[in-house]
Each structure stands twice: as structure tokens, then as C-alpha cells.
Design a protein around this ligand. Sequence first.
Ligand code: SF4
Ligand code: SF4
Length: 360
Amino acid sequence: MTRCAITECKDYTPAALDKALREIIDNTDFPDVAGKTVFIKPNILSDAAPEKAITTDYRALEALLKILKERGAVSLIVGDSPGTQMAKLSARVSKIADVVEAQGARLSDFREENRVHDIDGLKLPMAKALDDADIVISFAKFKTHQLMSATGAVKNMFGTIPGLNKSPLHFRYRTPETFAAFLMKVYAECHVDYAFIDAVIGMEGPGPGSGTPRHVGVMMGSKNAYALDRAEALMMGYRSIPLVEIAEKLSPGISDAEFPLLDPASLIMKDYKRIGDGKKDTFRSLVIGTIKNIFSRNGNDDRPRPIFITENCRACSKCVSICPAKALKIENGHVVFEKKKCIKCYCCHEMCPFDAIKVK
Ligand code: SF4
Ligand code: SF4
């Protein structure tokens, strides 16, 4: 059985990060990186300030880069591609670009550096770094996710598909279940060797872009990203999340692991603000929801829809460009939303930089 290590890491000081990462590496099946090219995929959903907890923290990334160099890695590539990436990848605000430069690594822009892969009968551009590297590491952030309940080490690799190329995939795989099965295929195509989750400061509430930072105080790592994501979900207080449910259905036992350090069952945060919390499933709402689902074109029609907060909107058009259903347009400086077209993928909510989209 694979090992999944969770260890205390109270803050982002170099000493705490170095100790935690080494403990994880020493207690799991970490790959030999000596003489190898290593590609590290952090979560850079948007180039946001570190204190917002949207991105994998730059200090955690820097600590890992140092360890990889010390263990003999000869070349380090770091990269991600947010859904609305239109121009050259920017990672200055998050400070990720700074540590990449400081550690002699290279920031790869997947819009410019990609190769076509075949996934599920589709020809999809994916980060060239996946082909160039000997070792691939997913370095995710501990966050809730409006569609998938939680985002973790498996879903993190969806970002290897550059920018807006991801948008039609949301339209094609529109329910959490079909999207989860597709994410598994993307993950398999990435041939990930190891995964970490930065859970020193996580995100609760309406993640992955608009939630609230929450101190969790641990770092997590495993060769088995499904076990890592299952542990993350458990710590957040979910009974299960769609990704783990579908993964277990398709491949029983895929998320099984032993925990040589901290046990996630002892780290459950009952008051963690999860997706769906506060929604009361009364008998009436369950019956209405079931009937709606039966007749729905899109499935899961009882899920909440996005709501646009006009006062916060700056008409930046990011939501319009990402919307896979073409349900949005800007008119007279405001977003116009065609409810009937919406497939409830929440990409708009994920990408809005001004907290102008709620999901209710
Ligand atoms: S809702 Fe948000 S993403 Fe959409 S135009 Fe307004 S500010 Fe931009
Ligand atoms: S409006 Fe938002 S939630 Fe609806 S389909 Fe478009 S991006 Fe997805």
C-alpha cells in the first residue's frame, strides 16, 4: 500500500517548511531525482497575492526547489496555465516567478510551450514540460472547489492544458461525475510521479478563487495523489467528494494508503466551511431537486447558479471569455446572464478577480 504523509507545518518560515518537506519525503516513496529534469506544477489559478491562499505558496515552492537541487536534480521547470490566461503567464504578484528565478528554475508558459496529446478521443494541447521532464510533481493547494467540492493534487494537473482550451471541456463534461472521470484521464496522461498539498494556509468557503484563507497547519505528500485528495477531503469534513467517489468506482482501492505520520481522521475540521454547507435538504427540496434532475437537459439542475453582483463588477470580461456555454455578455458596462444556457460549471465564479460572482 502506498504511504501518504501528513506532518505539522505551522507557518511558511524556511525552517518549518524544510523540516516538514524532508519528513514527508523520508516517510513516503519519493522518487530519485538525481541527474533528472523535474517539472513542478503548482496551482497558480490567478496571479494573486500569497495571503489570499489562491496559489500554492511561493515559500513552500522555494523550499521544495532547494531540496530537489540538493538531491541532485539537474534541471527544474515550474509552470501552470490559468483558465483565462490570455497573455504571457504572469506569476509576479504570487511571488512564484521570483523564487523560480532565484532558484535557477525555468517558468514554462504552456500557451507557448505545448504538445498535442490524445485524451478520451480528443486532441488536446498540454504542457510540453510533461514530455521534457523525467519526474513530474503536482504541488496543489488545500482549497474548496465550487463544482468538485475540493480541489487537490489530481485536479491540479488539469492546468497543464493551456488557458481557454479548458473551457469546452467543461461544456463536454458538465456534471461533477463526468468531469471527475475526465480529470482522471488527464491525470493519467500526465504520468505524475509524486504529489504535495500545501495545507499550511488553506482556503474555505467559496473556493477555489473567492474563499477565505484558513490556517490548517500541515504539509501533505504522497506518490498516490488519490490518497492525498481523499485525506484532504476528510480533513475538510466531507464524507466524500466526486473525484474520490468516481475514482473508487472505476478503480476500487485507488485511494487507499497508510499514514506513517499524522492520521487525517485525527485532523478533521468540523467547522470548515465546505461547499454546500448551509443548504438545507428538506424533504420538499429533495423531491423538487429529483424531479428537476430527471427533466434537466444538463443534469444536477438543483445545484445553485451564479449570481452577479453589479456593484463589484468592473466589466473585465474574464467571465465572458471563460464561459463554455456562451451564457454571458457585457452590455452597457454590466454582465448580462442568460440563465437557460448556464451549465453550472462555475468557471466564471472561479475566474472573477473582483468577487462579483457568488454561487447561491
Ligand atoms: S463579473 Fe467579474 S469577471 Fe465578469 S466582467 Fe464582472 S468583474 Fe469581470
Ligand atoms: S455562466 Fe458561469 S456557471 Fe454558467 S456556464 Fe457560464 S461560466 Fe459556467
